[in-house]
Write a protein that binds this ligand. Sequence first.
Ligand SMILES: NC(=O)c1ccc[n+]([C@@H]2O[C@H](COP(=O)([O-])OP(=O)(O)OC[C@H]3O[C@@H](n4cnc5c(N)ncnc54)[C@H](O)[C@@H]3O)[C@@H](O)[C@H]2O)c1
Length: 445
Amino acid sequence: MKIAMVGSGYVGLVSGACFADFGHDVVCIDKDPDKIAALNAGIMPIYEPGLAELVGNNARAGRLAFTTDLASGIEGAAAIFIAVGTPSRRGDGHADLSFVYAVAHELAAHIKTPVVIVTKSTVPVGTGDAVERIIADASPPARFAVASNPEFLREGAAIGDFKRPDRIVIGTDDSWARQVMNEVYRPLFLNKAPILFTSRRSSELIKYASNAFLATKITFINEVADLCEAVGANVQDVAHGVGMDKRIGGKFLHAGPGYGGSCFPKDTLALLKTAEDCGSPIRIVEAVVKVNESRKRAMGRKVIESLARHLGQPAHAMRGRRVALLGLTFKPNTDDMRDAPSIAIAQTLLDAGIAVMAYDPEGMDVARPLMPEVTMAGSPYEAAEGADAVVIATEWDAFRALDLARIRDLVRTPIFVDLRNVYSSEDVRAHGFEYTSIGRESNRM
Ligand SMILES: NC(=O)c1ccc[n+]([C@@H]2O[C@H](COP(=O)([O-])OP(=O)(O)OC[C@H]3O[C@@H](n4cnc5c(N)ncnc54)[C@H](O)[C@@H]3O)[C@@H](O)[C@H]2O)c1
């Protein structure tokens, strides 16, 4: 079966490469000529474990091709996926659908044979209707149907998630589109991937409701972590005990500096806008967005307070100090910096006159233009040299077994702030550091 993927970013590239690996004939299309030239030269535009090999193997096998030319790329395709970005619209937080609609207009001008058009981008309820309208208004010569098929992969584990999904959601009332989508995902039936067919609108909402729920779970445990600090409890034990209840589950109960990334921040905002416009506000998600937003800078203040406490000086007198920030990406195993908490943390420190020296295994090239006042180091140890505090902001594996004795020798002031609860307090303290975690140490002592 021939599949065209319009948009070759995280989702389009991973989905396209996985479909090709299933044996489909895939063309990935992107309007960014540099991205397509890089892909044709075997260079990955993003960091995602296993992706270079998957793309290389399938391109060499002739099942995966890249082009900027939509007209030739979609020729003969039975399904065309739209996987372009849907960022927050400047000013109001609605999803910016201009990329999706631009693709719909281009498709309307070029489809020649019957085809199912599938929105894989995360789009608000009713977008499928709008895409259908745009194409129908252009009176294309061929039959078409528009289906919704939201993507649930996680960056950093994207290939595994795509090949072994918890579920595949397909929104369509059209029996032909259903048949084509069954064909697209047939290779996954071997793995017994659960497939849910539903209406297009329900499918669109499933994606937003899922992300909003996960964002809520993270924010919930983050606030519980603050309470743990106030009452002298340990959030890791609390989360463990809570998560052992199968109705709740242990995932997404890791306290940290707040959620970020390319999806949760924009998707929670977009859901709020849809809900507000429909006169059906979701107040719990309104609270989640507010709490998460203020948490990121609060983490910067937590670092400053640890430093001030240790030095016995007021928090506003930290000008001229230096912090080593370990981890910049919003989570490990990606170079994605979109809405990463590290951006607000670094800014809070800079605003207090504190210099920031950062290190990240994969994210520094993307981070550099986003934080021009932050100096990038060549290793965690270089970042720690002469620092007044070492802060773990992302739980990369590379930070799980740092040589603490070496770091202790390098720093000026022995303060270790672990915003991901990677270390045990005993371990870090045994190396002569003052240790601050999230929700594991009482702030009343
Ligand atoms: N990144 C994730 O983890 C993730 C997970 C699930 C869902 N999603 C959703 O998937 C969608 C895509 O996200 P992403 O992270 O892959 O975005 P991205 O920004 O990495 O990629 C989008 C790509 O689309 C291309 N593009 C834009 N307009 C185009 C056009 N007219 N023709 C051809 N190409 C065009 C851009 O050049 C870019 O390469 C979004 O709606 C996002 O919310 C993302």
